[in-house]
Design a protein around this ligand. Sequence first.
Ligand SMILES: Cc1cc2nc3c(=O)[nH]c(=O)nc-3n(C[C@H](O)[C@H](O)[C@H](O)COP(=O)(O)OP(=O)(O)OC[C@H]3O[C@@H](n4cnc5c(N)ncnc54)[C@H](O)[C@@H]3O)c2cc1C
Length: 358
Amino acid sequence: MPQTLHLKGLGPAGALLAIRAAQRGYSVVAYDPAVDLNRATPFPGTYGVFSTQIPAWADALFTPPAPLEVVAGLPTTRRTLGFEYRMLDQAAVVKALRESNVRVVAEYVPDGHPAVDCTGAPRTDAALWQLAVGWFFSDRDAPRPQPVFMDWTGAEAQDQHAAPSFCYIQRTSEGWLYEETILATHCPADPAEQQKVLDVLRNRLAERIARMGLDPESVSREEQVSIPMGTRRRHKERKFGAAAGFINPATGYSLGHALEAADDVLDGRRLGGNLAYVLRQVGGELIARADGATLQDFFGHFFALDTERQLAYLSGRDGLAVARTMWALREGTGLSHEFLQPLFRRPWQVMRAVWARR
Ligand SMILES: Cc1cc2nc3c(=O)[nH]c(=O)nc-3n(C[C@H](O)[C@H](O)[C@H](O)COP(=O)(O)OP(=O)(O)OC[C@H]3O[C@@H](n4cnc5c(N)ncnc54)[C@H](O)[C@@H]3O)c2cc1C
């Protein structure tokens, strides 16, 4: 008799856990009233992960690897990163869920088997928010050689109506996506308040693509992104994905972490990673307090680190490796860098904000 795994929530993280569990012989029942596997793209976003985070069992669920550029620093420097990037192929995920006979039910009926909570991160006022507006262009209207993880060009001169933003550029199944992105900011959870910030981002995106020579008339669709970071469900039951605090406030990403943690959860191992979690929360808080020039310069230093150090901060659960990256960074920035000043001038404010999201 196969073991049954019950999932509450079948977003991208729940779906990856379901696929891995089915591969390992579990029978999977998932409850999510919002997910329709008859749609080609059941999840609302476009999701990328670093190639280094994809285990062999999930290889077929991602597009082929592509190199990534970063533009950062004062003055700006363009670099190709030492790791590659892959996009979640939603059609492949749906196919795998179907072939694994994952049962999606409309109503959650507790039957003595507690479900793993995959319901996403709590959307609260205490969260740090990643907010973005993205426009899709056909390959013909926006031909590009390669994707860009972060382009901070112009951040030092941006208007003060919203936090500083960079541009993320990625090839998707809908063409090229150009996304004006605030990495981390304090903002109320109220959608009306967030819409004001998204409107500023839309204006910045329009200016940016005009500078790049693209035609706004050829935009095929707009994507709006609102990701709560640094919050997690507080109950004691098993949690996975954004519900378990997997979202990294340096990127807004969690799916790489979900891939790395799936086997641990199925084997009942503790996930650990608390030191990494707290250090990244502090890092996220500093990002949210920095102005455009500070972030543009800071990320120039970050992406000048060697690849191993970058990946230790951007992915993984090794707290000491995260601390080593932070320590190595100060060789480039010095301790007097504006980015670090809230730690010296207002340490209690920083700690209080981190504590409020714990
Ligand atoms: C547009 C966009 C782009 C993004 N890009 C990336 C990216 O490139 N890489 C990356 O790693 N992350 C990305 N993210 C971040 C993203 O939030 C998370 O990484 C990812 O969605 C987390 O997946 P999840 O399944 O844990 O949670 P969610 O995606 O939030 O899914 C939670 C699911 O639980 C369901 N649910 C909620 N409450 C209940 C309930 N009470 N009962 C049953 N079901 C419930 C919801 O319907 C939903 O389907 C992006 C987010 C957005 C919005």
